[in-house]
Design a protein around this ligand. Structure first.
Ligand code: NDP
Length: 620
């Protein structure tokens, strides 16, 4: 057998799919809120908490910068770092990174909570492993190791010398007379960049639930993206949260962050309440240390092969005879399916038949994960509350070997707040859940990030104007309009990373790397042609959008049936609150033919050599 089914996977006749579908729908419906994404407050606008402040690096005062440069890279996370790598590789010297953090790293800079690890196979996730020779210490490596590796790449590619940290961009304006973007910042800078690469990430702005009474609570509060070790005790290196020994602590949220953090709060707090609206599914972690003997066997090209294998396992399907190299929660459905199809000698299946088999396996895997809860959690009522009732990948799948075990501790209480669609209210002394007041000293929020909110909230750049002073927020108000998800008409020399009208790869840094590599190719080509500006023609943009729509794979039914979250714009995946077609699919529109086809399409576009669909401006 090439692939083996996971132990404990129920047979198809052990589950009742119709009954499960009804249960999933019921669980979804009772969580649907009329206010959708507007239930949240932008964390950076919450004046009671200083999310703008950097708890990790002391700011060094500097004079304002006034200069002309070739490229401004807005953001120092993985996409910004990889943009810098490709700019350097292509001989660029006149570029700057601008970031409000005190160093490179993006989410891995800001997030330092206890238990932080990469939830994805690090051998796929971390870029440039073959080039740098770096090997992560384990499969799901620690946040600190990721940050240090990211910063090591920045040193190798000499990105530090150009970086402006602790700097918030306040305005981006296209200046037609100079054919440059004028960038203004909170440090008084006036930077005139020929090109801009938006590398501002998906999880850059923390959000808070707009719980009534939030201003009344007199205890301590913070978001997990600014973990307050001064309050809890311990440190990132030594997360012994000893100052919590006499504290009653509540954590709001049960997403990927909370799953990692919960075991630490359960271990150290005098009393720990976990406030859950929708449970995550949590598999065993099986986080093995990197085997040096395995490393010796790796042949050149191994990382791209592994990433391709991961992508098929997590988002598409394994090919007949293909081994699952990843074998974790992300690939389990396809791994089991491949094992069963192999047992049956790979029968010929139509797409519909294959999708039916996939769907059945999805239900079986979720049932296995629910049974896992019963095996570990001793109190049956708590176990029942912890069971996830939705399809696989409706909420980000997680793995942890201490999460469920935490609920067997006497000082830990799970409080289900789904009946009130979230925490009912905060009070001076604590919170109210299901009509009862609980007194606590501290409330932590693992409540996520602005992912599908309005773009101005999500990007946090107050003024963003293209040609003729048109705001990008107005330009995209009725939906994204791009070529390949990276350039938009009316905004010359501007490149956007993300999921708008492009393809999705499960290794996010790789996903962004492909985009920034393409952008740097365009920038170089434009300058080599003696041009100063490049803009997508309306026709090319319209043709790309039409191609996206013609080839789209309609996933709205699946995504709409999921419990609400940022994956489906809080249950409203295709329209915004006013009925506009604003959020087609969850994080934008995805290219129907898939990742490999998108890569090929970009390659063919570059090979064409004449930058098809771009209008070049040769004025000086
Ligand atoms: P999420 O957005 O995934 O989760 C937010 C949580 O807060 C949800 O459980 C949500 O409940 C809950 N919540 C929101 N409002 C309320 C309310 N009013 N009352 C009670 N609960 C509420 O945020 P995370 O920080 O967990 O994760 C965000 C993303 O960050 C992940 O999806 C992942 O992409 C990334 N991440 C990556 C990690 C890695 O290892 N690579 C680790 C951690 C995070 P509900 O589900 O009902 O909306």
């Amino acid at each position: 057998m090439i692939n083996a089914k996971y132990p404990g996977l129920p047979d198809a006749d052990e589950i009742d799919i119709a009954a499960l579908k009804a249960k999933y729908r019921e669980e979804r419906d009772r969580r649907m809120r009329r206010d959708g994404q507007y239930q949240y407050i932008n964390g950076t606008q919450d004046t009671a908490h200083t999310y703008e402040a950097d708890p990790y690096t002391t700011e060094t005062p500097r004079d304002p910068v006034s200069e002309d440069i070739d490229v401004a890279v807005l953001g120092g996370g993985w996409s910004g770092i990889m943009a810098g790598v490709h700019l350097r590789r292509n001989g660029f010297t006149s570029f700057r990174h601008i970031d409000h953090a005190g160093d490179f790293g993006g989410v891995w800079y800001w997030n330092r909570y206890p238990g932080l690890q990469c939830d994805n196979d690090a051998y796929c996730y971390l870029p440039l492993l073959e080039e740098t020779g770096f090997m992560p210490s384990k499969k799901f490596t620690d946040g600190r190791e990721i940050r240090e590796y990211a910063q090591d790449i920045c040193r190798r590619y000499e990105l530090y010398e150009n970086a402006l940290f602790h700097t918030m961009v306040e305005g981006l304006r296209w200046d037609e007379s100079s054919k440059r973007w004028r960038i203004t910042t909170d440090k008084g800078d006036d930077i005139r960049a020929r090109f801009i690469i938006m590398a501002n990430g998906l999880l850059n702005i923390p959000k808070l639930p707009g719980i009534p009474g939030s201003d009344e609570f007199k205890g301590h509060m913070f978001h997990t993206a600014r973990f307050d070790y001064d309050y809890t005790g311990g440190s990132e290196e030594n997360p012994v949260l000893d100052k919590l020994a006499d504290k009653r602590v509540a954590l709001v949220g049960t997403g990927a962050t909370a799953i990692q953090l919960t075991p630490f709060l359960g271990r150290y707090a005098k009393q720990f309440y976990l406030l859950q609206r929708t449970p995550s599914c949590v598999d065993s972690r099986r986080n093995e240390e990197t085997d040096p003997e395995w490393v010796k066997t790796l042949q050149p090209g191994w990382q791209m092969e592994r990433r391709a294998n991961f992508h098929r396992g997590a988002n598409e399907a394994f090919m007949p005879g293909e081994k699952d190299l990843i074998r974790d929660i992300w690939t389990e459905v396809n791994c089991n399916l491949s094992a069963e199809l192999e047992e049956q000698d790979w029968p010929e299946l139509s797409m519909e038949e294959f999708m039916a088999r996939y769907e059945e396996m999805d239900f079986r895997v979720m049932e296995r994960l629910r049974r896992r809860v019963d095996e570990i959690v001793e109190d049956p009522e708590t176990a029942a509350l912890l069971k996830p009732w939705y399809r696989y990948q409706c909420k980000r799948p997680t793995s942890n070997d201490e999460y469920y075990q935490t609920f067997n501790r006497p000082n830990v209480t799970l409080i289900d707040v789904s009946a009130t669609q979230g925490v009912e209210r905060l009070t001076e002394k604590g919170f109210i859940a299901n009509g009862q007041e609980y007194e606590v000293d501290c409330i932590l929020f693992a409540s996520g990030y602005e992912v599908t909110s309005d773009l101005d909230r999500r990007w946090g750049i107050p003024v963003f104007e293209g040609r003729n002073g048109v705001s990008i927020y107005d330009h995209w108000n009725g939906g994204y309009k791009t070529l390949h998800g990276m350039m938009t008409s009316g905004f010359p020399n501007l490149f956007t990373t993300g999921y708008y009208q492009g393809a999705l790869n499960s290794s996010l840094p790789y996903n962004f790397e492909v985009q920034v590599e393409h952008m740097v190719h365009i920038i170089k080509s434009v300058l080599e042609r003696g041009a100063v500006a490049a803009e997508v023609t309306e026709e090319a943009q319209a043709a790309w959008i039409a191609h996206m729509r013609e080839t789209e794979v309609d996933r709205t039914e699946w995504i709409r049936d999921c419990t609400p979250s940022y994956f489906n714009n809080e249950g409203k995946p295709d329209v915004d609150e006013n009925g506009n077609e604003k959020y087609r699919f969850y994080l934008g529109e995805l290219y129907g033919p898939g990742w490999d086809a998108f890569l090929q399409l970009l390659q063919e576009w570059r090979d064409a050599g004449d930058l098809p669909g771009l209008k070049l401006d040769k004025a000086s």
